[in-house]
Design a protein around this ligand. Structure first.
Ligand code: ATP
Ligand code: MG
Length: 329
């Protein structure tokens, strides 16, 4: 399993009760609906349920319901027979079929177009279907885990989601609490991400100062655990010292100008040349880390830099800040 989805951190009663419910869910094959804001751990819990289930050695197939048009998504789900449409020169199995005896992870099910919701419902009621352009019936044995940030009950009311499919999926519903409602877990999560990113960045001695920890504990975390993960990843790379102080913990408002909101008002333009360049360079790096979801290897790829070069650059900046090197080369 992807290393990011290997461990669930959290001792708060709100997260522990979801862990227990997930473990109960894993003992059955019932469909599971996972609700929660963005970045609260829906994928982590979905993968854990699959891992704890007797199907764990069988495939976990991910289908993203947002990224595709209705036709493509239908093809992705059900596959097609040879000759089903122009260009269909061979039989192509769909992902439901590929997940045989395993689990299907229907990411963002709330965004599935209504006609496909009807087709999916039919498969759930009577686990068989026909590939696009086919007449042969394919039987399947799959388990569905469906996470979404949408309020599905509301979507049912407004006619965007089929009520019958909702009831079918809703056999077990787990709701992941937002991070701001379980702040007692922040220190442990921060420490967990700190250790992971310290290993990646080869900065084993790095720690969070008590004021930094305090800042983290008070932040509202609209992006939940993913946001915390990214903030720590960035701080580990950018901190000039081995103790991360609050000024390197770039919480959302400080970075706002990177999102184009305050373009033209770059505060570091008024700094001396090297300080200004260093500051600018940190922002570029910070942005790449953010885009790479905290994964440093990918961040380096975005920047088209060698990892060693990036490390040297950051060390140079740290040394300059500590006055170890003169600004003029
Ligand atoms: N309890 C937790 N312990 C450790 N890591 C966690 C926990 N919850 C979430 N994470 C980590 O936070 C990141 C975001 O989690 P995940 O991808 O599961 O969120 P999500 O709810 O699916 O988000 P989205 O709605 O944006 O798709 C992942 O890297 C995940 O490993
Ligand atoms: Mg997700």
């Amino acid at each position: 399993m992807d290393g990011r989805y290997a461990k669930i951190i959290g001792a708060s009663t709100s997260i522990q009760s979801v862990v227990e419910a997930a473990q109960r869910a894993a003992r059955s094959d019932a469909s599971v609906l996972l609700l929660g804001e963005s970045g609260t751990g829906k994928e982590l819990f979905s993968r854990s349920i699959h891992q704890w289930n007797h199907r764990h050695a069988m495939p976990l197939v991910v289908i993203n319901c947002v990224a595709l048009t209705e036709t493509l998504l239908e093809n992705e789900l059900f596959g097609h027979e040879r000759g089903a449409f122009t260009g269909a020169d061979r039989l192509q199995k769909g992902k439901l079929e590929m997940a045989e005896a395993g689990t299907v992870f229907l990411d963002e099910i709330g965004d599935m177009p209504l006609p496909l919701q009807a087709k999916l419902l039919r498969v759930l009621q009577d686990p068989e279907f026909q590939r696009v352009g086919g007449t042969k019936t394919v039987s399947i044995n799959i388990r569905i885990i469906a996470p979404t940030i949408k309020d599905l009950r509301q979507a049912v009311k407004t006619g965007q989601f089929r009520e019958d499919l909702y009831f079918r999926l809703n056999v077990i519903t787990l709701t992941l609490p937002p991070l701001r409602e379980r702040r007692s877990d922040i220190p442990a999560l921060a420490q967990f991400f700190l250790e992971r990113h310290a290993r990646e960045a080869k900065r084993p001695a790095i720690t969070l100062s008590p004021t930094s920890m305090d800042t983290l504990t008070r932040h509202p975390w609209p992006g939940n655990i993913r946001e915390l993960d990214n903030v720590i990843a960035r701080a580990v790379v950018l901190s000039p010292t081995d103790t991360i102080e609050p000024d390197v913990i770039a919480l959302a408002p400080e970075d706002a100008h990177l999102c184009g909101k305050h373009q033209g008002a770059l505060p570091y333009l008024d700094l001396p040349y090297h300080e200004s360049m260093d500051e600018h360079s940190r922002h570029i790096i910070a942005r790449a880390i953010e885009k790479a979801d905290g994964n440093q290897t990918r961040a380096v790829e975005y920047l088209k830099l060698q990892r060693t070069y990036l490390a040297r650059l950051l060390k140079q900046q740290r040394d300059r800040q500590e006055g170890k090197i003169e600004s003029e080369p």
